[in-house]
Design a protein around this ligand. Structure first.
Ligand code: FES
Ligand SMILES: [Fe+2]
Length: 389
């Protein structure tokens, strides 16, 4: 085993030990106290606007997986809030991001979605840009008149690729310091080896507001009650082992199979089998269930009002299914996580959303057993108070 693999096994064993101790004692990691959060944090449109602006426009966001754009010319075009983004891998192998708006009069240069192109030609008057954003051709340039091509490339957004994720800052001209933002969390993310997985399926789900939706990704308290028929079949409800790297968090859930370990010596433990990890990259990316052959990446984007989000779910497979049995296993995983999020988490989230302005609650409560949700909201407060992370 390589040194890194040995270290990782130690980490996994340590997490398994902590999960097993909670399992046996009926306990969980806890915050220092119950947290009270004014409901205004969810419904005040002005506060929402300011927080979305701070959190989503001025922080590095993981907008794509590197495996979505593996080759030169591969691109992903997407709308994030009011920003049309085009991410594309250049001939030099570098992933770049641009505002997906033509420099002639602003038309969207590339239709939304993933694909491959050598040149992006604007549909309006056919100005053409290369994969590094340079304006390389103008239709009927001699009739148009002289302009300086060098100043008319697509507007670049700062972009950095780390641990299989393409990070972008949505505000042009604002540098993105990815190392400062991720800190040591980058090493933790690297252990997921995200660039070795394959995309099985990708889809978008409408959900409730940003914070209502996100809260559900950050606790195990609801797993037995809400997810008894889906993901909760396998995990121990209300058992959470939590580690944090500034705003970023690793949630470890215990699997019910922890019971098998009670009488086993540690040397016999399979460190992959009895826990499930969820990596939460602040503010909106959750990488879940990475162990085993399947993984779900969820990216949650605020909608135009405080009441809506769009979630991109990407189901990853360790290797593309070949046999009937492998296909069935991938299908089952994909259908289960769709059901758990769409019909369970977001269905309940919509009921929360529907009652938010009713006056039923002046504040929400985050229990001591919901420390990751507390951290999430504390991070928002820290950012709004002017801190960098
Ligand atoms: S707006 Fe793109 S070429 Fe005119
Ligand atoms: Fe859930």
């Amino acid at each position: 085993m390589s040194a890194a693999a040995t270290d990782r096994r130690e980490v996994m064993l340590g997490l398994t030990r902590r999960a097993l101790a909670h399992f046996q004692a009926g306990t969980t990691d806890q915050a220092a106290s119950v947290m009270h959060m004014p409901v205004a944090a969810y419904i005040d449109p002005e506060r929402y606007r300011r927080e979305v602006e701070r959190v989503f426009k001025h922080l590095p966001l993981a907008l794509a997986l590197s495996i979505e754009i593996p080759q030169a010319g591969d691109y992903r075009a997407m709308q994030v809030l009011d920003v049309p983004v085009l991410m594309v891998r250049g001939k030099d192998g570098r992933a770049r991001a641009f505002l997906n708006a033509c420099r002639h009069r602003g038309a969207t240069v590339c239709a939304q979605g993933r694909g491959h192109a050598r040149v992006f030609t604007c549909p309006y008057h056919a100005w053409a840009y290369d994969t590094q954003g340079a304006l390389i051709n103008r239709y009927a340039a001699e009739t148009f008149g002289d302009v300086d091509h060098a100043t008319l490339g697509l507007t670049e957004l700062d972009c950095a690729e780390r641990a299989g994720l393409v990070y972008v800052k949505l505000t042009p001209g604002e540098p993105l310091d990815i190392d400062a933002w991720l800190g040591d969390f980058v090493d933790e993310l690297a252990t997921l080896q995200l660039d070795t997985w394959s995309i099985y399926e990708q889809r978008e789900l409408d959900g409730p507001g940003w914070k209502v939706a996100l809260d559900g990704y950050l606790e195990a308290y609801h797993h037995n009650s809400l997810h008894g028929k889906t993901v909760g079949q396998y995990t121990v409800g209300n058992l959470l082992v939590l580690d944090t790297w500034g705003p970023h968090q690793r949630l470890t859930f215990g699997r019910k199979s922890l019971a098998e370990l009670v009488d086993q010596p540690e040397s016999a433990w399979d460190e992959q089998k009895h826990i499930r990890l969820i990596h939460n990259c602040f503010p909106n990316t959750s990488i879940s269930g990475i162990l085993g052959d399947h993984c779900l990446v969820s990216q949650i984007f605020p909608g135009p009002t405080p009441t809506t989000t769009v979630t991109r779910q990407t189901v990853l497979v360790a290797k593309p299914p070949v046999t009937e049995q492998e296909r069935a296993a991938s299908e089952l995983f994909s259908a289960m996580v769709l059901q758990a999020v769409k019909d369970e988490d977001y269905a309940v989230g919509r009921t929360i959303q529907a009652g938010l302005t009713s006056g039923a609650n002046q504040e929400f409560l985050f229990g001591r057993n919901e420390p990751a949700v507390q951290n999430y909201h504390n991070t928002i407060a820290r950012l709004m108070a002017g801190h960098a992370r």
